[in-house]
Ligand binder design. Structure first.
Ligand code: FAD
Ligand code: DLZ
Ligand code: SF4
Length: 522
């Protein structure tokens, strides 16, 4: 539409764009800009997010608006409870266009595909110019990834990661990787030793702003999943910096070796616990990687820890961001393994005798967080083996984690844990029996099930489920060079044993109660 105004530039800033270094603010003058921040029903309810996730986002938004105002910016901030709240980004932008008559809207692209579809309509809806800017808080660009992915049947993160190492110069010795290897993962699989105890991360006492939001969330979203009692996420840049300082001072040294370890009741271990702050925009991912590299150079952390941390960020995080946009919208519907079972109720209640699952769900409920290996090899592995429908698993992960946005959740769920993309991301399904969990955790000792028992009453359910999964996907997986050899073990078992596995798995699957879908969506 034609530009009919000589008003200011309207700059909408979304809940996960909380940095003054945002592309839409760069170069702008304060007296010619109105920043628009919106708490809207559509975003708060398109899935029924964990209560802590809504508190985190609203509180961080309110603190950021205050920071901007203190720095002299004009901020039009719409609270969820405002009487004239239009309920959606597009509705609120329409109201703001009426009120401020901007000559243009400059907005940084949203992280989610569904929102991009809406924003692309703005040019027809509003009487001013619309500029949708690339989100350059990422290290890679979409065109870089698309070019790299072109003609590749399989898009392995490892090779993309090497490109990112070269691009950033992180852990590079000329054109060679520091220490001679690109990846030190083989040193990062230490099982938890007896008494493994990590320093506690800082938890941040809710201030007046956060307390107000907690009240709002209890009042308006009381039926959403999760507890608020332990809320302690950083909601400002200063708090996020303090959380990062604590990680680099106390935990990075052991981050690598114990990256895949799980200990009952220890929810953070040596993980950075920084994903919520990075995704909100409170911390800069490249700066964190540079700090990690410095820790290695100063001799304060070993290469396997530092390389592992950097790979999670400039490797996995960058890769899934780009993979998401490369694969949308079909990734959302992908179901290569034709998994159709409903999500079990215990994902919401935590009521299961499987101790590994119960502990991972407890942490999810109490903290809106579970660490990577719980998400992948406990909760994800179960969903894969049990053949849970990808849409239901996606909704669950999007709801329950405070760091969950579709661009990062969906590739991890659909492609990494469920193999629903048919193997574009992962070279094989991450399927494992109880053995893996037993090796990497202290869960099994006190579990009602016996990890060493393979079938029948009291056997660890992961054991028969593993073979049930392998058997039902034989046609596809037998050809896979990384997993296909397992079928010779299966074939060597006698017929009765194989049947026993299949019957045990069936019996277990039949015993599962499907969840009420109202947990995830209104
Ligand atoms: P650390 O272990 O300290 O890792 C450092 C950082 O690396 C993280 O903060 C994160 O920014 C990044 N990172 C690590 N692994 C990944 C990954 N696989 N993809 C993207 N970034 C990664 N992460 C999210 O931020 N949001 C999600 O919605 C999300 N959903 C996931 C779903 C599944 C099924 C799985 C297997 C993983 C998911 N992850 C997600 C990735 C990872 O589990 C979390 O980033 C991590 O647990 C956050 O805790 P941390 O900050 O202590 O991470
Ligand atoms: C997740 C979320 C929620 C719960 N609420 C809001 C909101 O009210 N206002 C807002 O600007 N952003 C919110 N978000 C985050 C958006 O959904 C986010 O910008 C997209 O998920 C894009 O990644
Ligand atoms: Fe989990 Fe099986 Fe170990 Fe129980 S025995 S904790 S169900 S892996």
């Amino acid at each position: 539409m034609a530009n009919t105004s000589d008003g200011p530039i309207l700059v909408p800033i979304l809940g996960d764009q909380l940095t003054r270094d945002l592309a839409s603010l760069r170069g702008r003058t304060k007296d010619d800009t109105v920043i628009l921040m919106m708490e809207v029903w559509d975003e708060a309810t398109y899935v029924k997010h964990h209560k802590q996730k809504i508190v985190l986002i609203f509180s961080a938004m309110r603190h950021f608006a205050e920071e901007l105002r203190d720095a002299g910016w004009t901020v039009d901030y719409v609270k969820l409870d405002a009487k004239d709240n239009a309920g959606s980004f597009t509705g609120e932008v329409a109201r703001a266009v009426e009120e401020h008559s901007p000559r243009a809207i400059h907005v940084v692209e949203p992280g989610e595909w569904r929102l991009r579809q809406d924003f692309d309509q703005w040019a027809d809806k509003f009487p001013c110019e619309i500029e949708i800017l690339a989100d350059d808080r990422f290290i890679s660009t979409q065109s870089e990834f698309d070019e790299w992915a072109e003609d590749r049947k399989e898009m392995r993160m490892e090779y993309f990661y090497r490109e990112m190492r070269r691009k950033t110069g992180l852990l590079m010795d000329g054109d060679k990787p520091e220490g001679g290897e690109w990846n030190y993962d083989s040193e990062n699989r230490k099982p938890p030793k007896e008494g493994l105890d990590a320093p506690e991360r800082p938890l941040f006492e809710p201030d007046a702003i956060t307390c107000e939001v907690i009240e709002l969330v209890e009042d308006r979203f009381g039926d959403h999943f999760g507890r608020l009692e332990k809320f302690g996420w950083p909601v400002t840049r200063d708090e996020a910096e303090e959380a990062a300082d604590a990680f680099f001072a106390e935990r990075i040294e052991c981050f690598g070796p114990y990256q895949d370890a799980m200990v009952h009741g220890q929810d953070d271990l040596f993980h950075s616990m920084l994903s919520t702050s990075i995704n909100l925009g409170l911390l800069d991912p490249l700066e964190l990687c540079q700090r990690a590299e410095k820790a290695y150079k100063n001799g304060r952390a070993p290469i396997n820890s530092v390389e592992g941390f950097i790979r999670q960020i400039i490797g996995w995080r960058e890769y899934v961001r780009r993979f998401y946009w490369h694969q949308m919208p079909h990734l959302q519907k992908a179901n290569a393994l034709n998994a159709q079972r409903g999500l079990p109720e215990f994902y919401w209640t935590g009521e299961t005798d499987m101790r590994c699952l119960a502990d991972s769900i407890r942490s999810t409920r109490d903290n809106a967080h579970a660490h990577h290996i719980q998400r992948l090899m406990v909760l994800g592995n179960f969903a894969l083996l049990a053949g849970i429908n990808p849409r239901e698993v996606q909704d669950w992960y999007l709801v329950v984690y405070a760091d969950a946005y579709e661009w990062v959740e969906l590739p991890n769920v659909a492609a990494m844990i469920l193999y629903a993309d048919g193997g574009k991301l992962a070279s094989k399904p991450y399927a494992a029996s109880g053995n893996y969990i037993n090796k990497m955790s202290d869960y099994c000792g006190d579990c009602r099930y016996s990890v060493s028992k393979k079938t029948g009453e009291g056997a660890c359910p992961f054991n028969p489920l593993y073979w049930h999964f392998m058997d039902r996907h034989r046609d596809r997986l037998e050809k896979n060079a990384r997993i296909g050899r397992i079928y010779s073990t299966w074939d060597r078992m006698d017929e009765a044993k194989r049947q026993d596995y299949l019957d045990s798995a069936e019996e277990f699957l039949d015993s599962l109660t499907p969840a009420d879908s109202a947990w995830a969506r209104n």
